[in-house]
Design a protein around this ligand. Structure first.
Ligand SMILES: [Zn+2]
Ligand SMILES: [Zn+2]
Length: 408
């Protein structure tokens, strides 16, 4: 039974909002410090240091060096009777990209050739703000919140090693949530849906071995460019002819290298590409089909090939109940005309998917673009930046998800 001494829901919302608004300057400060010190996957040493320093200062128990540079922090709410309550994990990635920043702002990257061009500096600041707020307001929830500060999302992937290191155990995580600041959506919106939010990511690299020779005497050769060009074209038939047209997917050949002179037939051609899809039932399908096509074309032309194929991240699949929880919270936090975008999906990938394979959860997009302030460059662009107003919104959504989930 709920104690009558608890504040009413509407008072509660107003209190949370006021408390978080007061945090906004610190959120911006932390984000800008992180932005100035971008670090690549598994090299997030300064980042981890800053997180550790804050957690220690606030008296939040935490473990460092999880999967190299990862950190796990635990905040416990006031307990109701003997019930320990549920455990909700909040995941934030903290790595940057090998990009030279072209923004001219006071908080520009100070590390040459590296940049927080995906907003993970913001994710870390939001998670820190949420941890701070909850540690200051343990009475506002029951149960436990586990903060997972994850390295290397941009590659080679830090989620899997963190799971292997046991971050979802002791205490056992019941559900997990996470967000991505999203410049494909305007500030004041949240993109959330149940089921597939982001795609599986696969990568292949193929070398076609032909037989070189004189450009004027093709009958003495096996032209690897002609074979390779047929392979590129034939690969397009996977999506157009083999996959159910009601299912989405992408096969992109993004690199093709062959030849050095106009009058020489190239003996090798190299290509690499990416495959994306939402349906986990297609796991293994593209890998088999890509190889069949390459083998078939090569065989018909007298060429040989070698193929490397990697399944990097599975699709990001949201649990229905947790997605509904996030949506209902988001509706009260982003009270804008655009509001909650219900069927937001992208063929981008994310290793949050590994956590979602282990426990039910929800990953969502927090709109962060503000074209009026020049803050609308896409992710991974050298001029990427986002509207920092979104930081407070992120904390508010997380805090209210914790309250709602850990009460339930
Ligand atoms: Zn990214
Ligand atoms: Zn990202």
């Amino acid at each position: 039974m709920v104690s009558t001494s608890l504040p009413s829901l509407s008072t509660n919302i107003a209190q949370i909002r006021l408390g978080i608004r007061a945090l906004q300057p610190q959120l911006v400060e932390w984000r800008r410090i992180l932005h100035q010190h971008p670090e690549l996957g598994f090299k997030e040493h300064l980042t981890a240091q800053l997180i550790t320093q804050k957690l220690t200062q606030w008296g939040i128990s935490h473990q460092t060096g999880v999967a190299q540079t990862g950190i796990v922090a635990t905040v416990t709410g006031s307990q109701m009777g003997n019930q320990p309550g549920r455990t909700l994990a909040i995941r934030a990635d903290m790595d940057a990209l090998p990009i030279q920043e072209e923004n001219q702002v006071p908080y520009c990257s100070q590390h040459d050739g590296k940049m927080h061009a995906c907003g993970h500096d913001g994710h870390t600041a939001i998670a820190l703000g949420t941890a701070y707020y909850l540690s200051q307001h343990p009475e506002s929830f029951t149960g436990t919140v586990k903060f997972i500060f994850q390295p290397a999302e941009e590659g080679p992937g830090g989620a899997k090693p963190m799971i292997e290191a046991g971050v979802l155990k002791n205490p056992q995580v019941d559900a997990i949530i996470g967000l991505h600041l999203w410049n494909n959506l305007p500030l004041g919106t949240v993109g959330v849906r149940e089921g597939a939010l982001m795609a599986a990511v696969e990568l292949f690299h193929c070398t076609i071995q032909g037989k070189g020779g004189h450009g004027a005497m093709p009958h003495q050769t096996v032209d690897s460019i002609v074979v390779g060009a047929q392979v590129v074209t034939a690969l397009q038939t996977i999506m157009s002819r083999n996959v159910n047209p009601l299912q989405a997917g992408v096969v992109t050949v993004g690199e093709f290298h062959a030849g050095r002179a106009h009058n020489v037939i190239a003996d090798t051609a190299e290509m690499s590409g990416t495959v994306r899809y939402f349906d986990p039932g297609l796991d293994g399908f593209f890998k088999a089909r890509v190889e069949q096509i390459i083998a078939g074309v090569c065989q018909s032309q007298g060429a040989s090939y070698s193929l490397d194929y990697w399944s990097l991240y599975p699709p990001v699949l949201n649990d229905r109940a947790i997605a509904q929880l996030v949506r209902s919270v988001a509706e009260t936090v982003v009270e804008t005309p655009a509001g909650v975008v219900p069927d937001c999906q992208t063929m981008g990938g994310e290793d949050m998917s590994f956590f979602l394979q282990e426990v039910p959860g929800c990953y969502f997009f927090l709109g962060s673009a503000n074209p009026d302030r020049g803050l609308a460059f896409p992710h991974h662009h050298p001029r990427f930046d986002f509207d920092e107003t979104a930081l407070g919104m992120g904390v508010e959504i997380f805090v209210r998800c914790v309250e709602k989930y850990c009460m339930g």
